[in-house]
Design a protein around this ligand. Structure first.
Ligand SMILES: O=C1O[C@H](COP(=O)(O)O)[C@@H](O)[C@H](O)[C@H]1O
Length: 238
């Protein structure tokens, strides 16, 4: 489903409202809400809005469990760390306690880190459990989470979490794999700005070619996928 807005301000408000609805529904139905956060630059404004006075009391945050869709393999206090960004914009302002947050361990080897993260997810979700919500972004090169073009992880069918060395950023990443993301109850992309218009077009309109356009792999099994776009990002699809 496409949600297209005229301004960035209304896009962020729509996405925050959506997050609040998903959280409250899950908490009402099962007593908890398990979300995987996206990283990079785009979600900073969303997290800041969710932590603001306008939204902070709309969710019972003590029932929310936070995972990460992907992580850069850097120390947790590195400016590139997705965990650090979420801590500064969301966890610290909302006084989220550490037992509700599941950062990727970047102090062990990348392969071990991926195995540990997969185990942490399995322990939390249980045998047939699913993420209530996975938030995703979209890179200019059509990557999502850390599913980058022409990387082996695009073909992963068994593991739920995998390490990948991404040549174009010269860095290891830890990422949820497409099969795990596609098993979520709800997936929401937040994408804005003119710089993303071509990538959005590739994912939503071009023939299936996930080697070039990895976010095309995101096709939920029984859940739903929502695209929150501003008019600039949507300019080649709307
Ligand atoms: O490297 C990453 O990039 C994507 C897109 O980020 P953005 O900065 O273009 O918004 C992001 O979704 C992913 O979590 C992050 O690690």
């Amino acid at each position: 489903m496409l949600h297209i807005t005229d301004s960035l301000e209304s896009l962020l408000a729509d996405t925050a409202d959506f997050f609040v609805r998903q959280a409250n529904d899950a908490i009402q139905n099962s007593g908890k809400f398990t979300v995987a956060l996206s990283g990079g630059s785009s979600p900073k404004l969303l997290y800041t809005l969710l932590a603001s006075d306008r939204y902070s009391d709309k969710v019972k945050w003590e029932h929310v469990y936070f995972f990460f869709g992907d992580e850069r393999f850097v120390p947790s206090n590195d400016p590139q760390s997705n965990y650090r960004m979420a801590r500064e914009t969301l966890f610290d302002p909302l006084l989220i306690t550490n037992d509700k947050v599941f950062p990727v361990n970047t102090t062990v080897s990348p392969a071990e880190s991926a195995l540990l993260y997969e185990q942490a997810i399995k322990n939390h979700l249980g045998v047939a459990g699913k993420f209530d919500l996975i938030l995703l972004g979209l890179g200019d090169n059509s990557h999502t989470a850390s599913l980058f073009p022409h990387t082996a992880v695009l073909h992963e069918k068994q593991s739920l979490v995998k390490e990948v060395f991404v040549q174009e950023v010269n860095q290891y990443r830890i990422t949820l794999t497409a099969p795990l993301i596609n098993d979520a109850k709800t997936i929401a992309f937040l994408v804005y700005g003119k710089g993303k218009a071509d990538a959005v077009h590739h994912i939503l309109k071009d023939p299936f070619n996930p080697e070039e356009y990895p976010a095309q792999l995101i096709q939920p099994i029984s859940g739903s996928v929502h695209w929150f776009l501003d008019k600039d990002a949507a300019s080649r699809v709307a």
